[in-house]
Design a protein around this ligand. Structure first.
Ligand code: HEM
Ligand SMILES: *[C@@H]1O[C@H](CO)[C@@H](O)[C@H](O)[C@H]1NC(C)=O
Ligand SMILES: *[C@@H]1O[C@H](CO)[C@@H](O)[C@H](O)[C@H]1NC(C)=O
Ligand SMILES: *[C@@H]1O[C@H](CO)[C@@H](O)[C@H](O)[C@H]1NC(C)=O
Length: 493
């Protein structure tokens, strides 16, 4: 029976080592805070060195039970709303309730951006994502870049070509007898739209578009991968893709500088970024303009494409929702004069039920399940200390799936959005406060225009309807929603 003893001793050693390593790791980060500050920390567990909570996090997301990660914290420590952990190589506080999220999001003095270093290296260090961008500079550049993608005037200006590009895209898909990767194709479409808004002329150049698309797809692939910068790894490829992307954008920028736009009426975002000056007459450097574009072009197409796909899929799976949404669009069509070409903002504003479908999709698919900040000083939230320098992760996912806020949260139910708008902080797909997504209205407009045309004339038939879902970085079917798009009616104009 000697081997039994050996196994028992082995196990005991593992347990002891595990305990000692965890204690040492926790002490390394927490010990230096001093007894008083230590006592005010939120509950939690720093885990092992290097991995910390990452292993539990990735395991939950990769095994198809993404909520298991936060649920286990709630199970162990109660519904405190804040938990300490060690993630992406940094001591972190995870924030999971509306009040606490609101407090963090509204305070851009105590909290600056806190993306993991590896993500920052891909998306760029000279734009909004940078923790070092001064607050005034952020406000100024946001005003400059948000105005042209927000507000009725801006949206009205884009509606025409969005409408046009959506209809031609749908026609193209439906003329193919082969199934298409619906998500991949939607990404292509939303990308075309955002490139047109930011660098109009470049959208017409097929070579530039192909190079940009290729680079972005590799970049995004690397963002969900481990940050291992060795040949053969996705992160390494993504860094290469970033360099390529920067080179393509630099080329477009050089062209612009050589022959600037004459009339100010059709300035696009690139022109604006080139021309803007601060009080001291300083203009943006090329690196800043390029990082701003890298950020906007990425933020401006990924999420919109995912939400469009899920909204289509959910409607297709729920016939009563589909017919209600369709009836609304048919009613709108009836009231459009024959002389009117394409949709107007007035028609768009009538899409009340469709808007509920989109909001419910934004809640339900747990898009942007988390965003990142870091504390610039010691801050108290809900009575717990977030120490200076620690990272903060805002878990919107937990807010959107909270049964106390949303009855039957696991049910896709657009009608829950009837009535007054939700309380501030309880619906956060676009964030909140000074960093609220500047593209939220544009995103909703393009998603609506697509669904409008889809509902009036098309049908989606998935090849693998119960295909496995991958949750990082955004939930998507692993087959990218391979499906046939068929034209079922000529209702659509
Ligand atoms: C369904 C579509 C979209 C979703 C769910 C979404 C979500 C978000 C969220 C949650 C944030 C806040 C991140 C934070 O608090 O740190 C954000 C920021 C941002 N979004 Fe969006 N977004 C969408 C579409 C767009 C579009 C179409 C654009 C481009 C016009 C865009 C551009 C940006 C930019 C530039 C930021 C950074 C703002 C800042 O840091 O000040 N997004 N988005
Ligand atoms: C998108 O719309 C613009 C403007 O109407 C048009 O020039 C362009 O050819 C369209 N592209 C596609 C792929 O539909
Ligand atoms: C969002 O999260 C909930 C709760 O885990 C889950 O039931 C739902 O399937 C998720 N939605 C998607 C599209 O991943
Ligand atoms: C967009 O414009 C609307 C109305 O013009 C304004 O209320 C809203 O705050 C703006 N959103 C952003 C993100 O700037």
């Amino acid at each position: 029976m000697w081997w039994w003893a050996a196994v028992a001793v082995g196990l005991a050693v593992v347990v002891v080592v595990d305990g000692v390593v965890r204690k040492a790791h926790a002490w390394y980060w927490v010990g230096s805070l001093g007894a008083e500050r230590r006592a005010r920390l939120p509950p939690g567990d720093m885990g092992w060195p290097l991995v910390g909570g990452m292993w539990a996090f990735l395991r939950a997301f990769k095994s198809g039970k993404p909520d298991a990660f936060i649920d286990s914290l709630v199970g162990r420590y109660g519904r405190t709303g804040l938990y300490r952990s060690f993630m992406y190589s940094s001591p972190s506080v995870l924030v999971t309730t509306p009040e606490a999220c609101k407090k963090v999001l509204m305070d851009d003095v105590a909290f600056v951006n806190g993306w993991p270093e590896a993500t920052l290296n891909l998306i760029g260090t000279r734009s909004f994502t940078s923790p070092a961008m001064p607050r005034d500079e952020h406000r100024r550049l946001r005003k400059l870049t948000a105005a042209p993608v927000n507000g009725s005037t801006a949206l009205a200006a884009y509606l025409g070509f969005i409408d046009h590009n959506v209809t031609s895209t749908l026609r193209r898909w439906s003329s193919s007898s082969e199934p298409v990767e619906f998500l991949t194709e939607l990404r292509r479409m939303t990308f075309l739209i955002i490139v047109r808004i930011f660098m109009s002329r470049a959208a017409e150049d097929e070579g530039t578009m192909a190079a940009l698309e290729q680079s972005y797809s590799e970049l995004n692939h690397g963002m969900r991968a481990m940050a291992i910068n060795l040949p053969g790894f996705a992160y390494h490829k993504a860094l290469k893709a970033r360099r390529k992307l920067v080179a393509v954008l630099q080329g477009v920028l050089d062209d612009r500088r050589r022959c600037p736009r004459q009339a100010s009426v059709d300035m696009d975002m690139m022109d604006r970024l080139i021309e803007v000056e601060d009080e001291g007459g300083r203009r943006l450097e090329d690196e800043e303009i390029i990082d701003m574009l890298v950020l906007y072009l990425n933020a401006g197409h990924e999420s919109s494409a995912h939400i469009t796909m899920w909204a289509t899929v959910f409607m297709q799976e729920n016939s009563h929702i589909l017919s209600k949404a369709k009836a609304e669009q048919e009613e709108i069509m009836k009231n459009i004069p024959l002389t009117q070409k394409g949709l107007t903002l007035r028609d768009y504003k009538k899409m009340e039920y469709l808007s509920q479908v989109i909001d419910e999709t934004l809640r339900f698919v747990n898009i942007s399940f988390v965003t990142f900040r870091q504390a610039t000083r010691d801050v108290f939230v809900n009575g717990y200390l977030i120490p200076k320098g620690w990272k903060v992760q805002l878990w919107y996912r937990s807010v959107h799936m909270d049964p106390q806020l949303y009855s039957e949260p696991n049910k896709f139910n657009p009608s829950r959005w009837e009535g007054p708008p939700p309380k501030v902080g309880t619906f956060l797909p676009f964030g909140l406060g000074p960093k609220l997504c500047p593209g939220n209205d544009l995103a909703k407009l393009e998603i609506s225009v697509f669904l409008h045309h889809f509902l009036l004339g098309y049908k989606l038939t998935r090849e693998n309807p119960s295909c496995r879902i991958r949750y990082l970085p955004h939930p998507r079917p692993v087959d990218n929603c391979l499906a046939k798009v068929t034209r079922v009616s000529s209702n659509e104009y």
